[in-house]
Design a protein. Structure first.
Length: 412
């Protein structure tokens, strides 16, 4: 009887691991996508409902607080629906927001059942695989720069933050030096030629150093060495980094440097700030900035001292490439407050292991990185939120040796 119970538990864990990997892989797929009318449905949004049905028979229990804060976030988006400048686009984004919340709750349950050690291993193995695949696509010329199955290398860079954090925590913990994973991170830096990936590596280094205040000279030298090597690789493999270096070396103007490094981002920030001032409470509607900007705004109004980025065009791009400004301009301060409340809930989750600390550092780094991200509905970001909630429940119930009480069945 005991052997049969143990066997069933083993198969259950294998089943949940498979669901975890399949869903997490789907969250990183931007292409191919499914054309539905004028919208492109991403694989993650199509996959999640199917996997949710596979999980339904288990009747999973979820933290009450996670459900409450999820509802707070979704409710905060609703006022903008009444004043949107793009009804169809807003409805599509609302459906996307509901699905991403579902992804968070789904990963919360899976992580709480699999435990910290299994989840960490799944992340490590998956990211090794994704970096190798991305490198092969780059080497064979299929992709100009490595990006796995995402639209851009910068998106892949943000998706890699949990892996970077796990690798750095392992270096600082002195358990063992993760040579393979360090090499993988540097491989990703070379093949993506991503300046943002370099910045996220530095950011994770700084956060790990800050958390590990007892760090000594040895760890400081390791941090400096990783940062120096990353910068050297970046300058040698990234054209924009080379141009920025030349501007600085030749004493160029700060504004020219900013436009070179940031492209049209500075002007897009001005656009969203302007729109937020005009519609402070409810914004122009989810996914409605492009429609509003093309109809009511003019490119010349957002030039910087007579200069403009060559790729700045309000008819094509208007989002700030900053999640917080995008939410403020599209859903107003009401939507932004709801989103920040949800992030604060995630931030306050506690754990007891180094692995949990790595995921928590990844959350902080990702929250900062979202200042350079163009959408608040990136499925892989919301899966990270779920992992933190789930591992927090797992570790706290294990630490107190009692099951978590603040949970309800998913079906209720």
């Amino acid at each position: 009887m005991k052997m049969e119970k143990a066997r069933n538990l083993h198969y259950s864990k294998v089943y949940l691991c498979a669901l975890f990997i399949v869903l997490y892989a789907s969250t990183l797929i931007d292409e191919p996508n499914i054309l539905v009318g004028t919208f492109r449905l991403k694989i993650a949004y199509a996959t999640f409902p199917i996997l949710a049905l596979l999980l339904a028979p288990i009747n999973p229990r979820l933290p009450k607080a996670a459900i409450v804060y999820s509802l707070v976030f979704l409710s905060a988006l609703m006022p903008s629906m009444a004043f949107t400048h793009n009804r169809a686009g807003s409805i599509a984004f609302l459906v996307g927001a509901i699905i991403t919340i579902g992804i968070t709750l789904y990963f919360s349950y899976l992580s709480s059942q699999l435990g910290t050690e299994r989840v960490t291993k799944l992340f490590i193995y998956f990211y090794r695989f994704s970096i190798i695949v991305a490198a092969l696509l780059f080497i064979t010329g299929i992709h100009e720069r490595a990006r796995f199955t995402l639209y851009e290398p910068s998106y892949f860079a943000i998706a890699l933050i949990p892996y970077i954090s796990i690798t750095l925590i392992r270096i600082y913990s002195k358990r063992d030096f993760p040579a393979v994973d360090t090499a993988m991170v540097l491989t990703a830096l070379i093949t993506t030629s991503s300046a943002s990936l370099f910045i996220w590596i530095l950011l994770c280094l700084a956060l790990v150093w800050w958390r590990k205040s007892q760090a000594k000279l040895k760890t400081g030298l390791i941090s400096f060495g990783i940062a120096l090597l990353s910068l050297s690789l970046l300058v040698n493999f990234n054209d924009r980094a080379k141009a920025a270096y030349n501007i600085v070396a030749n004493g160029g103007e700060a504004l020219a440097l900013a436009i070179n490094v940031g492209g049209n981002r500075l002007q897009r920030i001005l656009v969203t700030l302007d729109v937020t001032q005009k519609f402070p409470l409810v914004g122009v509607g989810m996914n409605a900035m492009t429609s509003y900007a093309a109809q009511y705004l003019d490119n010349s109004d957002y030039e910087l001292d007579g200069m403009s980025a060559s790729d700045f065009d309000l008819n094509e791009v208007s989002k700030a490439v900053n999640t917080y400004l995008d939410i403020a301009s599209e859903t107003g301060l009401i939507g932004l407050c709801g989103y920040l409340c949800f992030l604060l809930y995630i931030y306050r989750r506690k754990g007891h292991s180094l692995e949990f600390e790595a995921f928590h550092i990844a959350f902080v780094a990702t929250s900062i990185a979202l200042m350079a991200e163009s959408s608040y509905l990136r499925a892989y970001v919301w899966s990270l939120y779920g992992v933190i909630v789930g591992l927090s429940s797992y570790e706290n119930s294990r630490f107190t040796d009692t099951p978590a009480k603040d949970s309800v069945p998913l079906g209720t």
